[in-house]
Structure formats: C-alpha cells, structure tokens
Design a protein around this ligand. Structure first.
Ligand code: BV8
Length: 263
C-alpha cells in the first residue's frame, strides 16, 4: 500500500530513513530540471515544434533528415546552456559526496554535474557530447563539444568528415552495457528514490521494480503519481526542488556555492 505525502512538513521520517540508510540510489528524470527552465518531454509546452521526442530521438529520423534532428538538438543545447541547477540538483550534489550514494539520471542536460555531483551515471548519455554517426572508429568514443549554436549542422566528425550525431541514446538503441550493469547493481540498495520522471521510458522505468524486488524502500518524488505506484512505499506529491531540501537529510546541507541557492 503506497503512503502519500503532499506537504513538506510530513518528510521527517523519510529524511531520517535516508540518513540511516547504508546505500541510497536516486534516479532522476526531466522533472528534476523543470525548475531550471529545461522543458520536460511529455509535459505542457515541453515539446518542440509539436514534434514528439519519440519521433525525433531515433536513428531512423537521423538517417531520414539529420539536419532536422540536429536543429532540434541545437535548439535544446542553446536553451539548456542558459539554465542553471536548482535546489534539487544542489541537494543531490551534497548527497553524492557521501559513500553509498549512487546517482543515476535519464537527463542529458548535464545540470547534475554543473551542481557538483560526482560520478553521475548518465543512463541516456549527454547532449554535450557528440560521436561519429558513421562509426569511423570513433563510434564508441564520444567527444565534448559545448559550442552553442553549433557552427555547422550536422557537425562533421573530425576524423572522417562524415556526420557527427548527439552522444545520447535514442529510442530503439541499447543502453551502454557498462552503464546498465552499474544501474542494475545499484538497485540492490536500502532506499531507491525515483525523482521527476514519468516512468514511461524503459529500461530506466524498470529499475524501481528491481529495487523493490531487492527489498529496497522505494520512494517517488513527483507532483503526479505515475504507473510505478504499485512498486512504491511512499509517494511524495511535491516538486523535487521543494521536497529534497525539505528532507534536510544532512543538516550541514548548504548550497555548494555552484548555484547560489538557499534551501
Ligand atoms: C531500448 C535521450 C532495446 C535522447 C531518451 C518496454 C516497455 C515499453 C517500451 C519499451 C520497453 N523496452 C524498450 C522500449 C522502447 C523504448 C521506450 O521505452 N519507449 C517508451 C516511449 C514507451 N525504449 C527504448 O527504445 C530504449 N532502448 O530499450 O533498446 C534494445 C536492446 C538491444 C539492442 C537494441 C535495442 C532507449 C530509450 C532511450 C530514449 N532516449 N533520451 C534525448 O534526450 O534526446 S528518453 C527521454 O525520456 C529522456 O531521456 C527523458 O529523461 C526520458 C524519460 O522522460 P522523463 O525524464 O520521465 O520526462 P517526462 O517529461 O516524461 O516526465 C517528467 C516527469 O516529471 C513528469 O512525471 C512530471 O510530473 C514530473 N515533474 C514535472 N515537474 C517536476 C516533476 N517532478 C518533480 N519535480 C518537478 N518540479
């Protein structure tokens, strides 16, 4: 039976449970960056030119019209470049300094790293990385490119001159095997928090069920209840930027200065 909390004042017990946990795994989605101004995928106003992510974030769309797909990514990169971490990112950056904490994100925006989180497991890659679309030998070695806007669309692969592609995982593409293995291992934890995700996209959406099967205490932080309700011990129906600071898990929580936010 899922217990629901919808006011910050009811979070003490969860804060204490997290403080006392030996291992904590957090998986975040687009909702954690919403307060930073990064549009979510399936929320209002989150879509671009009425396209759906599922229509553009695919190898087929890229093969059909690489320029259109790159216009979408270049637009997102330009938008994200002006976004800063919010208190949700800042609190998770503080937590990630503790032993036993694993942070997995489905987001490709890099805001967890900007807030100071270390060793972020990027389940779907990074919008700030490119890799050769032609597999000229650099196919598995992405490179960083933070230019906004990009000077040429599609950008060229510096090695073969063919098209580069965004260093993200598209629909129909497999998750990196090492990344997936680390995430599956991390579901064997005391507390699993799913923060700001609609839990629609697999295999990421399946991690909470595995954590539950491992005996983890499972929590969702999302103003909307998602389909994972059947795996939840606790639903926190609050925005992440309110709920995470309100947990006051480690009283010495201070914004690490990366984003200047107070709780
Ligand atoms: C694969 C990178 C196999 C690109 C992304 C099983 C069942 C059903 C379907 C499948 C399945 N297995 C596979 C599939 C197919 C597919 C899939 O899941 N389709 C879905 C749409 C049905 N999955 C795949 O294709 C995956 N690959 O399975 O490969 C394979 C195996 C071997 C060999 C070959 C192939 C790959 C999927 C990866 C897709 N790439 N992103 C890019 O970003 O451009 S997914 C994309 O969606 C983003 O990464 C995003 O993170 C992710 C999930 O979305 P959310 O983060 O949840 O965002 P959303 O807008 O949906 O929700 C936001 C939530 O936040 C809402 O609930 C809202 O209420 C909440 N919120 C809002 N504000 C706040 C908040 N919460 C807290 N605080 C707030 N302030």
């Amino acid at each position: 039976m899922t217990h629901t909390i919808d006011t910050p004042s009811g979070l003490e017990a969860l804060g204490a449970r997290i403080r006392d946990a030996r291992t904590i795994t957090i998986m975040t989605g687009a909702g954690v960056s919403a307060a930073s101004g990064v549009p979510t995928f399936r929320g209002d106003g989150g879509l671009w030119r009425s396209f759906r992510a599922e229509d553009l974030a695919t190898p087929e769309a890229f093969r059909r019209d690489p320029r259109l797909v790159w216009e979408w990514y270049d637009w997102r990169r330009s938008l994200i470049a002006s976004c800063r971490p919010n208190p949700a990112h800042d609190v998770l950056a503080q937590w990630s300094r503790r032993d036993g904490v694993t942070l997995i994100t489905q987001n490709v925006d890099g805001l967890h790293e900007l807030a100071g989180s270390r060793d972020v497991i990027r389940f779907h890659g990074s919008i700030w990385q490119l890799r050769c679309a032609g597999g000229c030998g650099t196919a598995s070695q992405p490179w960083d490119d933070r230019q906004v806007p990009l000077p040429t669309l599609p950008p060229p692969c510096p090695r073969c001159g063919g098209h580069a592609r965004p260093g993200v995982v598209w629909f129909g593409e497999a998750i990196d095997t090492d990344v997936l293995s680390r995430c599956l291992d991390a579901t064997a934890c005391d507390v699993f928090l799913s923060v700001g995700t609609s839990s629609v996209v697999h295999p990421a959406a399946g991690l909470i069920a595995r954590a539950k099967a491992h005996g983890a205490y499972t929590v969702e932080i999302n103003p909307e209840l998602t389909d994972t309700a059947r795996y939840l011990d606790l639903a926190v129906a609050l925005p992440a930027e309110q709920a995470l600071p309100a947990l006051r898990v480690w009283e010495d929580w201070r914004s690490p200065g990366g984003s200047g936010h107070e709780s």
